[in-house]
Ligand binder design. Structure first.
Ligand code: AMP
Ligand code: FE
Ligand code: FE
Ligand code: ZN
Length: 294
């Protein structure tokens, strides 16, 4: 039998990882252990609206020989659309970013009880303290509501919970005003962090023209890149977003949106199985950080 000639794996990274501080199922340290097990050269921790897991992950990275980029994924809106802004190299959250994160916390503080009220009206009574206990970490969000709904037998699965009740526009969705994307971008830049538009394929904008318009508007506020490589992006989407980034003069980044058991089909480093983020993406991001701080 002829063995195929194998070349050594190029250094791979994953710039989109969630921990128990938001809606992931692994602790910050356990995420780094998973990265080490997979042989990844680097990961970025980008919990939703909190930097609480970063210090533990960075320390674990130093011990285990995995480069850990401290980051955040901020829940914002632009023109009524939900927009997630990633921030990379959040070494110290400055006053502007702390104010933005406080604003997002207030939004969750309003939205979560509104959603629970709707769920109650829809015949799924779950309590905030149960959802908070499920969350455990720093941020309470919809995946924690979904988990409690499954445990109490109101739905068959997380997917069922989102499709019927929790997804954007579904029956229990509530939309108090959110932090504006441009404000979050400026706050990240103010503390030396590199702001990137997360998963453009998940925004369900009516048209690609609208995406370009939004990207140009956000670039004017300081956006530096687009997460073109992403678990759920089809190859042609990735190619489209790379072209858009080049046209606007932005970087491309990539990550899986790893959540551990909360999204069991997505693994760190490879997403649904075929995502590849080369270490050169991180080199370009570092170069951007240097320019941004110069
Ligand atoms: P939140 O930040 O509380 O609004 O919750 C958003 C999070 O819910 C996302 O980051 C995902 O982890 C998860 N999520 C959003 N939509 C879905 C969906 N359709 N199915 C499963 N999880 C979802
Ligand atoms: Fe999430
Ligand atoms: Fe996101
Ligand atoms: Zn994410």
């Amino acid at each position: 039998m002829v063995r195929p000639v194998t070349t050594p794996d190029p250094a791979l990274i994953d710039l989109h990882v969630h921990t128990t501080e938001s809606d992931g199922s692994l602790s910050p340290r356990a995420c780094v252990e998973r990265a080490a097990e997979l042989g990844l050269a680097a990961i970025a921790i980008v919990d939703h609206d909190t930097v609480a897991g970063n210090a533990e992950a960075v320390a674990a990275g130093e011990a285990l020989g995995v480069e850990v980029v401290p980051g955040v994924e901020v829940s914002t809106e632009f023109d009524g659309a939900a927009v997630h802004i990633l921030g990379y190299f959040v070494e110290e959250a400055g006053p502007e970013l702390l104010a933005v994160l406080h604003g997002v916390r207030q939004w969750r503080g309003e939205r979560n009880p509104q959603m629970l009220e709707r769920l109650r009206e829809l015949g799924c009574p779950i309590e905030l303290h149960e959802v908070a206990a499920q969350a455990g970490g720093d941020v309470i969000g919809r995946p924690h509501m979904a988990a409690v709904m499954v445990q109490k037998g109101f739905v068959r699965s997380t997917r069922h919970a989102f499709d019927q009740y929790l997804a954007d526009g579904a029956a229990a969705d509530a939309r108090p005003e959110k932090v504006d994307a441009g404000t979050a971008i400026e706050a990240l830049v103010a503390c030396g962090a590199v702001p990137i538009l997360a998963h453009p394929g998940s925004m369900r904008l009516p048209s690609e023209d609208q995406l370009e318009e939004m990207v140009r508007a956000l670039a004017a506020r300081g956006l530096r890149g687009i997460e073109a490589i992403y678990s759920a992006h089809r190859d042609e989407q990735t190619a489209d977003y790379m072209r858009l980034a080049a046209n606007v003069g932005l970087l491309c980044t990539g990550g899986s949106d790893y959540h551990g058991a909360s999204k069991p089909d997505i693994d760190m480093g490879c997403g649904f199985g075929n995502m590849v983020v080369p270490v050169s993406v991180l080199d370009a991001l570092k170069e951007e950080r240097r320019r941004l701080r110069a």
